[in-house]
Design a protein around this ligand. Structure first.
Ligand code: TGC
Ligand code: FAD
Length: 392
């Protein structure tokens, strides 16, 4: 079993900008991961299985709804704490962060922000402890980057809604207890519905054959004349802006998370390069190796500063969709570059599961696609700076 020797790079003393509470939250998460998750993650990744036994621990470190107020069972933390938690989780594995992101930003957030008091009280406390796990159904087989074209629909049957359609590529779907599902009403307006496992006609088949994000369960959400009680409709926001608002929160978490994956790759590469001897010297003594390491730490540091500032804006309620989009795109692309360079530094060892590099690299291929592809985020920045949407 591999020992987790991770030491976090902090080239610009970012720690000085964190509060004692931030550091406590981050360090507790790091300690829990080293003890409970790092020793098992490679095994679960190889088996293509999510390690469900980590759910209570994830809840205990505040990994489910970090910023949800205490009155609904959340820890009521600020946005920088949320970001630091995502950084630590993805430092271990993007799939671990995904499980937390989906539960927090894509299930708890819409229930908190768009739900009524009964819905908040019914669902949020159980989601915060992990007693219930949730999923978020936006993407469909024929509508990924263009969710506004979705076909999933519901009809008003008087005393209930009748839901039909299919969602695909849904994280946590195979074991979710509840799903926040986006569907069109008879006028074509998008609404969020809470669908519960056990409702007749609702099934969640698992998607197999993934070569990325293997320690996260992905599946479909299928609705065949599902009777959804009327009280399960999220009443306080509708239209495409409702699911996109949830994505703002999840993309923000990914911006932090991707830095964690990059930090792990860099830390491993730095250590390996000082230990590995070729031509009678540590490979870290070669100029080309130092160029790689110097560029890696520079890009990580730039991403850390960008994201910390974004966290301040988010705490002040001022972060825009376009600012969040830029950080998601930049940091994931940065992490992929860092992972590829780190893989080279490890030579042949880099392709084995003795190191986390190849797993991070494969995971990041999902992260660069989900929550808006790299190119969709370029177009979001393009639209923001020119005022001209170029999606269609
Ligand atoms: P567009 O016409 O631009 O916008 C429709 C309406 O939505 C409003 N809006 C937003 N509102 C709140 N928050 C945001 N972030 C918003 N972005 C847009 C917009 O103002 C408009 O409102 P209104 O009142 O004028 O109608 O929409 P479009 O159809 O042209 O599409 C734009 C586009 C392509 C940027 C968008 O649809 C998009 O972001 N596509 C990417 C899809 C995506 O990211 N899917 C993610 C699925 S979930 C997932 O991947 C989970 S992965 C698991 C994990 O997180 O770990
Ligand atoms: P497409 O939209 O078909 O895109 C294919 C290519 O075309 C991309 O390169 C894209 O950038 C490009 N493209 C598309 N439109 C344009 C354009 N206008 N201009 C230029 N280029 C364009 N979704 C959920 O709802 N919930 C989840 O929990 C969830 N979890 C996921 C987990 C994993 C592991 C993965 C891989 C995906 C998950 N998704 C989830 C789906 C994810 O959000 C979509 O895969 C993503 O939005 C892209 O959609 P698509 O795969 O259909 O690609």
């Amino acid at each position: 079993m591999r020992t987790d020797q991770f030491q976090a790079p902090d080239y610009y003393n970012l720690d000085d900008l964190l509060t004692d509470e931030h550091k406590l939250i981050r360090d507790s998460a790091r300690e829990w991961i080293k003890k409970e998750v790092s020793p098992i993650i490679e095994d679960y990744y190889e088996r293509a299985e999510f390690p469900k036994q980590v759910i209570p621990g994830l809840a205990a470190i505040g990994g489910f709804g970090p910023y949800i107020p205490e009155e609904y069972g959340g820890p009521g933390l600020d946005q920088i704490s949320y970001g630091l938690l995502m950084q630590e989780l993805e430092r271990c594995d993007s799939g671990l962060r995904s499980t937390s992101s989906v539960q927090s930003s894509l299930v708890m957030y819409p229930i908190y922000a768009y739900g009524n008091e009964e819905q908040r009280k019914k669902y949020l406390p159980k989601l915060a402890t992990g007693e219930w796990m949730g999923s978020f159904g936006l993407t469909e087989p024929d509508h990924g980057s263009n969710p506004g074209g979705m076909l999933t629909n519901f009809k008003d049957m008087g005393d209930h809604y009748l839901l039909n359609g299919a969602k695909m590529w849904i994280s946590n779907a195979p074991f979710c207890d509840v799903a926040v599902v986006w569907a069109k009403n008879e006028e074509g307006r998008i609404h969020g519905l809470i669908v519960e496992r056990g409702m007749e006609g609702f099934s969640t088949p698992e998607t197999h054959g993934k070569l990325s994000l293997r320690a996260s369960a992905t599946g479909e959400l299928l609705f065949d004349n599902v009777k959804v009680p009327k009280e399960n409709l999220l009443p306080n926001k509708n239209g495409l802006g409702a699911p996109l608002g949830c994505l703002d929160s999840a993309r923000y978490g990914i911006a932090w998370g991707a830095i964690g994956a990059a930090m792990d790759c860099y830390d491993s590469a730095l250590r390996y390069s000082k230990e590995r001897i070729q031509f009678g010297k540590p490979i870290a003594s070669f100029q080309l190796m130092q160029k790689k390491l110097a560029e890696m730490i520079t890009e990580i540091t730039k991403a850390q500063l960008l994201t910390f500032r974004l966290g301040q804006l988010k705490n002040e309620g001022k972060a825009t969709t376009a600012q969040i989009s830029m950080a998601k795109r930049n940091n994931v692309a940065m992490a992929l570059d860092v992972a590829r360079e780190a893989r080279q530094i490890h030579g042949a060892m880099g392709i084995t599961n003795e190191y986390s590099i190849m797993r991070h690299m494969a995971n990041l291929e999902s992260v660069v696609t989900y929550e808006g592809t790299h190119d969709i985020h370029l177009l979001i920045t393009g639209m923001d700076i020119t005022g001209i949407p170029a999606f269609k």
